[in-house]
Write a protein that binds this ligand. Structure first.
Ligand SMILES: Nc1ncnc2c1ncn2[C@@H]1O[C@H](COP(=O)(O)OP(=O)(O)O)[C@@H](O)[C@H]1O
Ligand SMILES: [Mg+2]
Length: 258
């Protein structure tokens, strides 16, 4: 059975696409993984990976102008992506039910499907949540991002989805930020990943590469490696501190691996 992991946030610009790309790249080294750009109105995963000329994308597959296989690309990092390019015409005629049917039937194409969702809680973000079994919330250590995450969690829980945890991205660690324990209190969901604010993320973006591929030793890459390991149920945290151990157990439970 394949796993569908949806990356959502509520607020835009917090690092959903960055996280989706890096998790898909790292998890792709261990399992057959596919990144889907489910940000249909403003898709940009392919742009962050080099804006190649794409003859076939998710929209072509939906319009039956392409097979699914023709619209899957492999980036030089090894990451596999089903990209999206959408015109206003496409969006007007888009049938979300068709999209759901397509996304549900990816048998053989991937064991792990990572969906980069749109910001907000409009139809496209909700559709991505509905299609997935597992929801990963991305936020930043600031109140507006955390409050938007709170709303997203509520909606996902109302739909009956499992929230696998919260990832706090762009953490500097100064006194102006919300602390991790404050974020956990506000959201009532454990923080399973902390990604530092790291200049290498933007350097990698400049090179159109996942940071985990271009700068694997950077702090952000190491944090994404840990998070990916946790999501895959690997024992990354075995020898670590108590909090990490309990988080690891929590993650395994949420993922149905324990
Ligand atoms: N950990 C990080 N450190 C530094 N910059 C980051 C980090 N994560 C994301 N960014 C930058 O923040 C911006 C928004 O990220 P993006 O992933 O596009 O957000 P979203 O998909 O949530 O809108 C991008 O310029 C990206 O390079
Ligand atoms: Mg994005």
């Amino acid at each position: 059975m394949n796993r569908y992991i949806c990356i959502v946030s509520g607020k835009g610009g917090v690092g959903k696409t960055t996280s989706a790309i890096n998790l898909a790249h790292i998890m792709g080294k261990r399992r057959k993984t596919l990144l889907i750009d489910a940000n249909l109105t403003t898709p940009n995963a392919h742009i962050q990976l080099g804006a190649p000329i794409l003859r076939r994308t998710l929209m072509h597959v939906l319009n039956k102008e392409s097979s699914l296989q023709q619209a899957i690309y492999t980036h030089e990092s090894g990451l596999r992506i089903l990209p999206t390019i959408s015109s206003t015409y496409d969006l007007k005629s888009l049938k979300y039910e068709k999209l759901k049917d397509l996304l549900k039937d990816l048998s053989g194409e991937a064991d792990i499907i990572i969906m980069d969702a749109a910001a907000g809680l409009g139809k496209e973000a909700i559709t991505a949540i509905e299609v997935c079994d597992e929801v990963l919330i991305i936020t930043n250590p600031e109140l507006s991002a955390v409050l938007d995450a709170q709303k997203t969690i509520q909606v996902a829980q109302e739909i009956g989805k499992t929230i696998i945890g919260v990832v706090v991205n762009k953490v500097i660690g100064d006194k102006h930020e919300l602390r991790i324990d404050q974020i956990e209190k506000l959201l009532d969901i454990p923080v399973i990943g902390v990604i530092p604010h790291d200049p290498y993320v933007r350097k990698a973006l400049h090179h159109k590469q996942p940071v985990s591929y271009k700068y694997p030793r950077s702090k952000a890459s190491k944090s994404y490696e840990e998070l990916a390991g946790m999501l895959l149920g690997e024992k990354y945290f075995a020898a670590e501190n108590k909090k990490s151990k309990s988080l690891y157990r929590y993650a395994l439970k949420m993922l149905g691996l324990k």
